[in-house]
Write a protein that binds this ligand. Sequence first.
Ligand code: HEC
Length: 363
Amino acid sequence: MNTDKTWRERQEQPATAAFNEQIAPTLSPESKQVGAILRGLVSKRKLANRRRYTSRLVDVMLSLMLRKMLLGSLLAAAVHLAGQTTEVPKTWDEEALKDWATPIAALGVRPGHFSVQEYYASRVDNYRTYPVYAAGREPDGYWERLQHAKPEPLIDRGKLNTKSDWIAAGKRVFEEYDLVAFRHYDPEIIDEFHKATSPRLTRVVPRKDGTIAGARWVVTDRGLALTPENCTMCHRRTLADGSFLDGPGMSDTRAFFVTGMIAGAGLSSIPLTGDSPVIANWRSFAVPWIDHDIHEQIKTMGPAYGPAFQASVGPNIAPRWNGSVFYPTKIPDLIALKGQKYIDHTGTINCAGWATSCDMSPW
Ligand code: HEC
């Protein structure tokens, strides 16, 4: 795929043109300034190809955000411009997945995947989640409503028909989806996060709307649980005025560390039977097929592992499973991802090969 051509084609899309016409003239100098800072974070290597598009898109997004209209407007415009029906691509396609992941360095083979049968036979977990509030910030009656709430589907396939329905559903999944394996039904931790007066929680500066970044309530068939945020933990940026912008990598690590409090820092959600916590940590990052793997030391470093893990979490970087706690993975800006061939230098995924990956980013 010719990436340049793709960008040009995208610029010529009616939706982009309409955004420019309707929203660009309303940009404030403030949004332009923040836009410039964000653009500084865009990879220089890719900048030449996408500068014009990115700057326009970032400014448009910021303008929307500053008006508290973010995706609401985007969606309204998308409904208007995108037509009423859409074809939903098949999520799991073995043929298309064959060359999606690039071969692993040193091994020269590509990672394998679930088969299509395994993928579609897996159990679906589908629950809405709700914000957790800092002490004194919970709206009146909120806690009582949650006690009596029934489980609600995060996504209701039967009600999704138009392109705008799918975009709105994607936005909700992005905002509400949790890390399912780390849910807690234990009354003690639920009480701690509801009261939010414990020393470790009062240290966390709440978001502008009073919510605690990184934590959610989920109502499941088993009852109410405390659960960590998923996508927004890493792909939500806090701006100088305390508001946030979804898409670029995290700028502060609050959500990540609150998630750690709930999940238990460092452990993969799928430890193998019999793994001690230390071995589970090692397995999260080990590269056993290379000599002198730097991760071998995880087995013997003891309490020094904690600070090493913490040091690998920062603005735009995260120690992602199967990445490295010593070489944390850069978090891509999802706003600028569409149309890219690879995600910066990591190049582990061929975005151009499988349209349902990078092109499914909500922007
Ligand atoms: C722990 C932090 C973290 C969480 C949580 C997270 N991401 Fe990411 N995401 C990353 C990193 C790091 C990369 C870059 C991976 C690379 O360079 O290979 C990435 C890549 C991506 C990409 C581009 C590559 C691809 O696979 O298509 C998309 C789209 C994306 N994330 C969306 C999401 C969504 C949606 C969620 C929630 C379901 C989510 N992410 C949760 C850190 C995270």
